[in-house]
Design a binder for this molecule. Structure first.
Ligand code: ADP
Ligand code: MG
Length: 591
């Protein structure tokens, strides 16, 4: 149980503030995360890591000489937003380029990927190496689909040491890729973890049982086993990892026994002793091992074993000194304090002259966002439960964080007389910034895209509604790259768009066309129960998901239905721009 907080919503931020205060000799707070507070030699590659909070010492605890230059820190178990990653990377950059490295999770890939585009566009050369060490999450021939768990440490350590040695971005990237290809992990859980403010753990493992192949976000394991003895557990973990060993493995390995949160060090040591004997019996020499908490999952009861098969160059970088709040090795040279350039300051807001029509539409957009917030709040618990079946249980809380922030940003801008464009772009930014997860990135970007499509025009007509919906849809399919049938929100979104376009172009009113489209979305969301997920966090647990609809498709259907009911109601007639748009059906009416 996580119990020390004032307001659970502020948990991640306040924990990070306190972490920085306690470790000021190592790290400084920047908007979006932390960077080293000591000098980074000019021209050195900056390794920027990150992910959700709740995994300490990953990720902020690994910032310092010989390891990461910065860490982007998201909300609890939720990816940092693209803007956070961007600002941390900018503050960490020392002129040698940036290597982004993090565990392979859809939400992180979306946000770090967007940040990488932006950094490269600004001339800061940026590359990415994903960590994919978890052998339970996909077969070896699909290694690129595997999640990242405690193998984060081996990849970060070797990339960080290579950067510290002054190697080029190409070389640091090459070594990180090689380390990832030679790293394998497997974890077990004895019980789930509880998010701050939640009354129940994200999942339970029945008493006397052990769940094999856990994720680090409270994703349950892939199979349950009777609780083994320590020797049986060591045998299980070692044998599964050795079966999966890389080609050209060699005989020297780093072994890491990692505690997930509440397994005591004595127990980890006991297991480590048995693991080492088994590795030796398999003719492997264990080199500079680790045993302790290195990548955790709040108060999860569980542990994992990681093996990295070394070669000469990897061994040299694994053994190199590092000095961070949570990971110290050998002696690093003393460092002066670093002057932060202030590059992380966000530019001042420019002013806009909103047209009357766009300001009206902006007010309507804010009212719609308030409806979206209400329907998400009503269904928060149900969406969380649905996501807990095969995902990580955070869809309700993530959507809620996102819409709360989006509705507030929308209201604030609309009250100030902003255009529809500004209302929706501010709302979308707030959504992806606060929600974190995959759905937050997708919804945030889509709301922004709809805002850009509506713009700040002198007048609006029916065709603008279709254009905004099409921009919304394209943003989700382009960013998430999900195909119909992958069991994602796209399976409800595309039928919604198609039904809307058909009805609206056929002459139906905006309200009627939305109502028809919302029924199509809900029907399609129900039908996702027959599908196996091929994208997102639920993919490794595809079988568990069969028979249950996709959480993102369900939330989309609920939102569509609420928005349709609202826009079909009398409330809308009081807003001139919208009623014009609502009463002018079809493409032909575009002005
Ligand atoms: P996370 O998966 O990061 O925990 P959420 O739980 O909030 O985020 O959202 C999960 C939902 O996101 C899924 O049910 C699915 O509908 C949607 N989703 C996941 N990946 C994709 C994708 N690539 N494209 C579209 N939707 C996706
Ligand atoms: Mg989730």
């Amino acid at each position: 149980m996580t119990q020390i907080f004032d307001n659970p919503a502020d948990f991640a931020d306040e924990a990070l503030d306190g972490f920085v205060a306690a470790n000021r000799g190592y790290v400084a707070r920047v908007d979006g995360g932390v960077v080293r507070s000591t000098e980074i030699p000019a021209g050195q590659v900056s390794l920027v890591v990150g992910g959700g909070s709740g995994h300490y010492p990953a990720f902020a605890g690994l910032v310092g000489p010989g390891l990461a230059a910065g860490s982007a820190c998201g909300n609890m178990f939720a990816s940092p937003a693209a803007g956070q990653v961007y600002r941390v990377a900018k503050a960490a950059n020392a002129g040698g380029g940036v290597l982004l490295s993090y565990g392979n999770y859809a939400g992180d890939v979306l946000h770090f990927g967007q940040a990488q585009l932006r950094l490269n566009a600004e001339g800061i050369e940026t590359r990415t190496v994903l960590v994919t060490d978890d052998i339970a999450s996909a077969p070896l021939d699909q290694i690129e689909k595997r999640r990242g768990i405690a193998g984060d440490l081996t990849v970060f350590k070797i990339a960080g040491a290579a950067a510290e040695a002054g190697l080029s971005l190409d070389e640091v990237e090459r070594l990180a890729i090689k380390t990832n290809h030679r790293t394998r992990s497997l974890g077990v859980a004895f019980d789930g973890c509880t998010l701050p403010g939640a009354s129940e753990p994200l999942f339970h493992v029945p008493a006397g049982q052990m769940s094999l192949g856990l994720g680090i976000h409270g994703e349950p394991g892939i199979s349950e086993h009777p609780m083994p003895t320590a020797s049986e557990l060591a045998e299980l973990l070692v044998s599964r990892l050795l079966e999966d060993k890389p080609d050209d493995a060699g005989s020297r390995v780093v072994a890491i026994v990692n505690g997930l949160g509440t397994v005591k060090y004595d127990e980890l040591f006991l297991l480590f002793g048995k693991v080492e004997k088994l590795l030796n019996a398999a003719n492997l020499t264990v080199v500079e091992p680790e045993c302790g908490e290195l990548v955790t999952s709040l108060d999860m009861s569980g542990l994992s074993l990681t093996l990295l098969w070394l070669d000469d160059e990897l061994e040299q970088f694994w053994a190199a000194p590092a000095d961070t709040p949570a990971y110290r090795k050998g002696n690093t040279a003393p460092r002066a304090r670093r002057e932060l350039s202030g590059a992380e300051d966000t530019a001042a807001e420019d002013t806009e002259n909103a047209t009357a029509a766009s300001a009206n539409l902006g007010r309507l957009a804010a009212a719609v966002l308030a409806q979206v917030r209400d329907v998400v709040v009503e269904h928060e618990a149900e969406l969380g439960d649905l996501d807990a079946i095969a995902g990580d249980g955070d869809h309700g809380i993530g959507m809620r964080r996102g819409v709360d922030a989006a509705a507030a940003a929308g209201e604030q801008n609309a009250a100030a007389g902003a255009s529809a464009e500004r209302v929706l772009t501010a709302a979308g930014e707030a959504w992806s910034e606060r929600a974190g997860g995959t759905s937050g990135a997708l919804w945030g970007t889509a709301v922004m895209a709809a805002g850009l499509a509506l713009g700040n025009r002198d007048s609006y007509a029916g065709g603008d509604a279709t254009a905004a919906l099409s921009a919304f849809t394209n943003a989700i399919t382009e960013l998430g790259k999900a195909e119909p049938g992958d069991k994602t929100m796209v399976d409800a979104l595309l039928p919604f768009r198609d039904a809307f376009t058909e009805a609206f172009d056929g002459g139906a009113s905006l309200g009627d066309a939305l109502t028809t489209a919302a029924s199509a979305a809900n029907e399609a969301a129900r039908q996702t129960a027959d599908l196996r997920p091929l994208k997102g966090r639920a993919r490794p647990l595809a079988e568990k998901s069969l028979g249950h609809p996709d959480p993102g498709a369900v939330s989309f259907g609920l939102i569509a239905e609420r928005v349709a009911a609202y826009l079909a109601s009398d409330a809308v007639d009081s807003t001139p721009a919208a009623s014009h748009m609502a009463s002018t059906a079809g493409k032909g009416a575009t002005e």
